[in-house]
Every structure is written in structure tokens, then in C-alpha cells.
Design a protein around this ligand. Structure first.
Ligand code: DGJ
Length: 343
């Protein structure tokens, strides 16, 4: 009976105060507004008409090792790409699986037996379309291609258009970057992951224009995440160690196509040399917040991939130098206080 009254009290308090999250706790299970763990891995965020849309890999329930593969090739069935929406960056509503897997055609790139990773979405102002690019692979990661899908609405459904080896090379870990002038770039690990390509997309964002650069040759960088601040471009990447963490590195450039100069590990504090046990996926610029950039990492749980967590941390600038200090919990207000020197 006592438990019943406690639950009733909790229900009343939650109804009155709506129990909305007001902080971000890196690495803790993050639930959507229906109370289910957010399932949007290797993702990115689009801000469109006052709403944030978080897209990510929709992992299947069951993690298994790809048979016959001699490295730590853990995976789940490809569940497509999910989308969550939010106005405040704390509370996320599940909008559904906006790119559904093709369960009918066993030869489809997006059949559950395939790999769909690191989806990112940008909006094309000229065509009015939402364009998604993603890493498409097969069970042993040998296909190494880039897939593209398109939608009229941020919440889909997206129509899958196909995959390619851009500029005649393989493509694995990837991100997108849309610049202030409307030009968009596909950034992807290529040449057996040894070299990172930055490739200008065509005006409709559906293809590669043929203009591209090779960056960090033979440095094996993956998990790229790009942002622009005060006219300079910054890129955070990881090394290549499968699902296991390694040390992050940031690089700077005056032009998005480079040349890029690798600088340092931006992470600070506990486990900074292991990226807090995370791996970069995206940098989220907070709308209307000067110097408000959130570094999004995935904390992979390779033997139970659906339970991989999210580590979101504010980027703190000392002049032109970005650092990512570990924080147990934080809020956007903290971010303002830190950035304006009151903390
Ligand atoms: C590291 C990549 O960053 C992930 O997206 C995923 O492809 C794993 N490798 C697979 O081992």
C-alpha cells in the first residue's frame, strides 16, 4: 500500500511538473519522452524551423559477431535510421524509423543483414529536400560504400536512392557539413580507412561534384565531426580501433577542403586519453548561443550495441583553442556561465 501511495505521489508530481529533463548526464541511459532508451547511434542533429532532429542508427535488440570474420566484428541487424525531435535538447520525442530497412529484397543495401551506420541529414534550401547520407556496408565491412536517401519532411519517410564509391574510392565512417554559403561536403574515411576524404557535393546534395581533397594520408582517422567558428573550421576524429575507444584529435583549417592541420587531443580530465570511453560522431551548434557547440560521442557497448550510450559535452574555447572537459552533468545554462567566464 505504501508503494502505491509513493507511486501515486510520483505520478502527481510528474504530471504537475511534467518531469522534464533539465540537464545532460553523459554516459547515463537517456530516455525519450515515452520512457524508452533513445536508439540513435552514430548520429547527427539537424536544426530546422526551431526544432532539433536527431538521426541515428536504429540498432537491433540482438548483438552478434559476424560469422567467419576474424576481427571483433560485433553487429546487430540493420534497423534503419531513427529520428527524435526536441525543442530544448534535453527531452526527445521519438518520430519513428524514418529510413526503414528493406526486409523484402535480400540484395538491398538496407536489408537487415547489411550495415547502416553514421547517418547525417542536411536540408537543401534550393530543392526543399532533406538529404541523408550514411555508411552502407555488408556483414564483414568490405562493401564500404556511401548511401543516400531523400525526403520532403524532416521526419520522413526517407526514400533510399542507392549507394556508391565516391570519387572511385571506398567510403566508411562519415559525416556531412553544410557551410554558410549553402555548399555541402561529405567527409569520409577512405583508401582502406588510411585517408580522410572531403568531397564537395553537387548543388542538390545527391552526388559528388568531383572536387575533393585527401587529408591526413596514412593517419587512419575515422569518426569525423566538423564545425565552423569565427570563420575557422574544426574537425574532431578518432583513431581506428573498431568499437574500442582511443584518443581523439582535433584539426583546424581556413577552408573546409583544407589543408588541415592536426593539433591535439581536445579532451580533458578523467579518461581523456580514451575520449571518456567514447568516439566522436557530430558537433551540434546550439541555435542562438554564441560559442555554443556540443560535442556528441558514442560510448559503444560492443557486446550489447543497442545499450551503447551517448556522451554529450560542451566544447569550451580558450581563444581559438577548443577543449572538451569531462563533466558528470551539465545544462545549457552552465554552458553559458562557463563560456562567459562566470564559473
Ligand atoms: C568504428 C566505427 O567508427 C564505427 O562506426 C563502426 O563502424 C565500428 N568501427 C565497427 O567496428
Amino acid at each position: 500500500m505504501k508503494n502505491f501511495y509513493l507511486m501515486l505521489a510520483y505520478f502527481c508530481v510528474c504530471t504537475v511538473f511534467s518531469c522534464h529533463a533539465q540537464s545532460i548526464i553523459p554516459g547515463k541511459e537517456w530516455k525519450d519522452t515515452e520512457g524508452n532508451p533513445i536508439n540513435a547511434h552514430g548520429g547527427g542533429v539537424l536544426f530546422h524551423n526551431g526544432t532539433y532532429y536527431w538521426y541515428g542508427e536504429y540498432k537491433g535488440e540482438h548483438t552478434y559477431r559476424s560469422p567467419g570474420v576474424d576481427w571483433d566484428c560485433y553487429r546487430t541487424d540493420a534497423g534503419g535510421v531513427s529520428c527524435y525531435s526536441s525543442k530544448d535538447l534535453y527531452n526527445w520525442k521519438f518520430e519513428g524509423v524514418v529510413l526503414e530497412p528493406d526486409t523484402v529484397n535480400p540484395h538491398s543495401d538496407i536489408h537487415p543483414t547489411m550495415v547502416i551506420e553514421r547517418p547525417k541529414v542536411i536540408y537543401n534550401d534550393k530543392t526543399g529536400k532533406f538529404v541523408m547520407w550514411m555508411h552502407i556496408d555488408n556483414y564483414n565491412y568490405w562493401k564500404a560504400a556511401a548511401g543516400v536517401a531523400v525526403s520532403d519532411s524532416p521526419t520522413g519517410k526517407f526514400t533510399y536512392l542507392g549507394s556508391m564509391h565516391p570519387n572511385g574510392q571506398i567510403s566508411r565512417d562519415m559525416t556531412l557539413f553544410k557551410d554558410d554559403d549553402g555548399k555541402a561536403y561529405h567527409i569520409y574515411s577512405s583508401e582502406g580507412n588510411a585517408t580522410l576524404y572531403i568531397s564537395l557535393l553537387t548543388d542538390d546534395y545527391l552526388n559528388h561534384s568531383g572536387t575533393y581533397t585527401r587529408n591526413f594520408p596514412d593517419k587512419f582517422r575515422e569518426a569525423p565531426a566538423i564545425f565552423k567558428r569565427n570563420g575557422k573550421y574544426y574537425m574532431v576524429t578518432s583513431g581506428c580501433s573498431g568499437w574500442d575507444p582511443n584518443e581523439a584529435e582535433y584539426a583546424v583549417a581556413e577552408s573546409v577542403l583544407g589543408p588541415w592541420k592536426a593539433v591535439d587531443n581536445p579532451c580533458r580530465g578523467k579518461d581523456a586519453d580514451k575520449t571518456f570511453y567514447g568516439q566522436s560522431t557530430f558537433v551540434l551548434p546550439v541555435a542562438g548561443k554564441k560559442d555554443g557547440y556540443i560535442m556528441m560521442f558514442d560510448k559503444w557497448n560492443k557486446t550489447d550495441l543497442i545499450d551503447s550510450r551517448y556522451i554529450w559535452l560542451p566544447i569550451v574555447f580558450n581563444g581559438d583553442i577548443p577543449t572538451i572537459p569531462w563533466m558528470e552533468a551539465w545544462s545549457l545554462e552552465d554552458m553559458g556561465l562557463r563560456l562567459f567566464g562566470k564559473k
